[in-house]
Design a protein around this ligand. Structure first.
Ligand code: AMP
Length: 175
């Protein structure tokens, strides 16, 4: 593994007050824009997993698609998108979760995962954990088995990990 977590951390840009006042947005595009860092980041995200052990990688809209699809290719696994409600064309199952103000709903195709399939969940960042907890609920409703939830970045002070129940959680860079 030729990229260290501290190299990855150094490439993440914090943008204050984006997209609204008070949010410290973690911009991961400098990692995507560097071939060596991108490859190293994916290698670290799939650490501990090998082809044949994972049936599908579930990626969360939208930056989770980037990491999830790359990981799926490396693991010779399928890729499954979790999207905001109304974006997937076929029949879906949906799960809502609370935000600070209001709520959000995410969806997955009803036939996206077969019962018993072994799944990795991936997203760019774990904040409050609401999105990932809802994605885990969708995966479980299709009777698939989550091996691990993997995030590039984790904002530890928001306590997202605690919302993910018994699912093993791993992140590469924590703030
Ligand atoms: P949460 O449901 O609170 O864990 O939020 C996670 C989702 O929101 C992820 O898909 C992230 O891409 C996005 N997100 C939340 N907070 C941030 C942040 N500070 N910087 C970048 N993305 C964020």
């Amino acid at each position: 593994m030729n990229v260290t977590p501290s190299e990855l951390a150094a490439a993440i840009r914090t943008i204050p007050d984006f997209p609204k006042p008070g949010i410290q947005f973690k911009d991961i595009t400098p990692v995507l824009g560097n071939a060596r860092l991108l490859a190293g980041c994916i290698e670290r995200m799939i650490e501990g997993h090998v082809p044949g052990e994972v049936d599908a990688v579930v990626g969360i809209d939208a930056r989770g698609f980037i990491f999830g699809a790359a990981a799926a290719l490396r693991l010779q696994a399928a890729f499954v998108p979790v999207r905001k409600r109304g974006k997937l064309p076929f029949r879906t199952i949906e799960q809502s979760y609370d935000l600070e103000y209001g709520s959000n709903t995410i969806a997955m195709h009803v036939d996206a995962l077969t019962p018993g399939s072994r799944v990795l969940l991936m997203d760019d960042l774990l904040a409050t954990g609401g999105t990932a907890a809802a994605a885990i609920a969708l995966i479980q409703r299709l009777d698939a088995r989550i091996l691990e939830a993997v995030f590039f970045v984790e904002l530890e002070s928001l306590g997202g990990r605690a919302r993910l129940g018994s699912t093993p959680v791993r992140s590469l860079v924590a703030y």
